[in-house]
Write a protein that binds this ligand. Structure first.
Ligand code: FAD
Ligand code: MG
Ligand code: MG
Ligand code: MG
Ligand code: MG
Length: 548
């Protein structure tokens, strides 16, 4: 198809008098975007839509501000306040962007098309269609990982999407209404009011904290007869909750939860779940116990969605856990397909695999050795291309590159050969890190990719980015580099913890205010910002709503 269909009509006859239509106005390349989450909307906002023919496919016609989902579970913030219709987001751009409310069910990389299906109820006619693309941007996110634990899908709530949060809100109220019925024994009351959270990561912890506040600040006043029977348990398989955060934050969170009466069970693995009980194993003792529950929220991390699994199979990535891209976010082993956000992970190249190429490129006079000037020049490029070097220098507190240049005894040398060069850089590969599955990463990747697409000629020349190290040539097309701006963990009771760049940790009430202001400012539109802030204000004045 590429090049246009006119070619087949009349190659020879009229070409001289009438140049082909395509010659006068070349067909715009087709970009298909899968998803309307953090990655996709950030890409769409940054993209110059006049350069391409852009189509967006997602089963949800809105963007959801996921960091506020835990607040939606307890009505602190209303669901409608954290979503923005995708049609609002895309109409602002100069070109035209089309949106189709459908789910991609197959990516056909060989034929460069995607098969989609609309799931809207009572649709007349077929909801299936296929779209051709020149470039595909995959940003479908991930799904909750149940680790195939029996009964989890059927009996647990997830907290991944707006619908999930709304369901949890209803279920919490249902549990209380059930518990106060005259027919309930005390034991049944306690079972109904046992709220279990599985997973001690940021989402599980924040939900537990929200639920605790909701119950203590609003619900026990309304259900006084059962106020002593409510219990929240947080189950974590690792030794500490929030273990991706600084130690100070995770121990503060554990202590606060214990004071609040939230039972934190670390070192515990859930074996199975049914509608009555949750069964778990204490790792240290090996003992197995079952406890009755009223509601379980399962939040133990993410895994790849089926459509991406199939795609990985097709392109030879079947053995991997996550779809791999190169540092320019292009899917490995696949032309013209890019992937961003939670559905993919960057396969960072190791320096040791490229060391010979790097050395050759740096050694301009082919002498077999590098001078200090050559070394310093190539290091500038290496730091751009291999982020592990920067992490390594930071970790070892190396401010001056001469430390790498000197020999192992610390003496300054005249020249360095390939072996010495290898030695100087070999340790940096230990600092290769995979990026966290966060909105921050997805949004930065979307913005980066939009920037690349806006330089259209560049994308066409180097759709894969420079494959090998070519000296300074790649400077005008830098690989993606993540910039961490810190992370919050709201802990309830108007307290929050934050880890900010430079090992800066802040915990307490003032951090909660910082949280309010950051999250208000991060809203995608003035409309949602107004809604969120007024929800917070309403909550401060009137408390949360408790109707079903
Ligand atoms: P998503 O935002 O999940 O978007 C995926 C999109 O793809 C959705 O629009 C979906 O409808 C669509 N889609 C799914 N399947 C298909 C298909 N087959 N075809 C087409 N479209 C499809 N991160 C932070 O940085 N800070 C936080 O405080 C934070 N808090 C969080 C709290 C919660 C409760 C959750 C669940 C996540 C939180 N995250 C946070 C993580 C953050 O939400 C994700 O990392 C981010 O959403 C990833 O963006 P994405 O674009 O890859 O995927
Ligand atoms: Mg997305
Ligand atoms: Mg999202
Ligand atoms: Mg990722
Ligand atoms: Mg030389």
């Amino acid at each position: 198809l590429s090049g246009g269909g006119v070619v087949a009509l009349s190659e020879s006859q009229s070409e001289a008098q009438h140049p082909k239509i395509e010659d006068r106005e070349p067909r715009k390349k087709k970009v298909v975007v899968l998803g309307t989450g953090w990655g996709a909307t950030s890409f769409l906002k940054g993209l110059d839509a006049s350069l391409y023919d852009v189509q967006v496919v997602s089963p949800r016609n809105y963007f959801a501000f996921t960091p506020l989902l835990p607040s939606v579970t307890c009505g602190t913030v209303e669901a409608r306040s954290i979503v923005e219709p995708v049609r609002n987001i895309i109409k602002k751009t100069n070109g035209e962007i089309k949106f189709w409310e459908a789910e991609c069910i197959k990516i056909d990389a060989a034929d460069k098309k995607v098969l989609c299906r609309c799931n809207i109820e009572n649709l007349v006619g077929s909801g299936e269609f296929s779209l051709d693309y020149d470039f595909l941007v995959v940003a479908v996110g991930a799904q909750v990982n149940t680790f195939n634990t029996p009964g989890v899908k059927e009996n647990c709530h997830f907290l991944k999407d707006v619908e999930d949060a709304q369901k949890i809100r209803l279920s919490v109220i249902d549990c209380l209404e059930k518990a106060v019925l005259p027919s309930q024994s005390e034991e049944e009351q306690r079972s109904n009011l046992h709220f279990v959270v599985v997973g001690g990561g940021p989402t599980g912890v924040e939900f537990a904290a929200e639920l605790h506040d909701y119950i203590q600040e609003d619900l026990i006043k309304l259900y006084p007869s059962v106020k002593d029977k409510v219990k929240i348990t947080l189950i974590q398989s690792g030794d500490h909750i929030l273990n991706m955060f600084d130690e100070r934050i995770s121990s503060f969170a554990e202590q606060k939860f214990t004071r609040d009466g939230i039972e934190v069970q670390t070192g515990c693995r859930v074996l199975s779940v049914n509608d009555q009980e949750i069964t778990m194993k204490v790792k240290s003792t090996g003992s197995v116990c079952s406890v009755p529950h009223g509601l379980i929220v399962w939040s133990t991390g993410i895994c790849t969605v089926p459509v991406i699994r199939d795609f990985m199979q097709e392109i030879g990535q079947a053995k991997r856990h996550v779809l791999a891209t190169n540092e320019w976010l292009r899917v490995e082993g696949c032309e013209n397909v890019y992937a961003i956000g939670d559905c993919s992970s960057i396969n960072q190249r190791k320096i040791k695999d490229d060391i010979i190429d790097i050395f050759k490129a740096a050694d301009k006079n082919n002498s077999g050795t590098l001078t200090i000037e050559e070394f310093q020049e190539v290091m500038d490029d290496i730091i751009v291309r291999y982020p592990q070097v920067e992490y390594y220098l930071k970790k070892k507190n190396i401010l001056d590159l001469r430390v790498l240049w000197n020999d192992p005894q610390g003496n300054e040398r005249e020249e360095i050969d390939i072996e010495g060069f290898k030695l100087a850089l070999s340790l940096a590969d230990s600092q290769v890190k995979s990026l966290p599955a966060t909105a921050q990463v997805a949004a930065q990747q979307g913005a980066y990719l939009a920037n690349c697409f806006n330089r259209i000629d560049h994308i066409e020349e180097h759709p894969e980015g420079p494959r090998r190290f070519t000296g300074s040539g790649h400077h005008n097309f830098r690989p993606f580099r993540y910039k961490h701006f810190g992370q919050f963990a709201p802990l309830g009771g108007e307290q929050a913890a934050a880890e900010l760049p430079g090992d800066w940790v802040s915990i307490g009430h003032s951090t909660q205010w910082l949280w309010y202001s950051v999250y208000a400012s991060k809203q995608v539109s003035w409309r949602t910002r107004y809604l969120v802030v007024s929800d917070w204000t309403r909550r401060f004045i009137f408390g949360r709503d408790s109707s079903r």
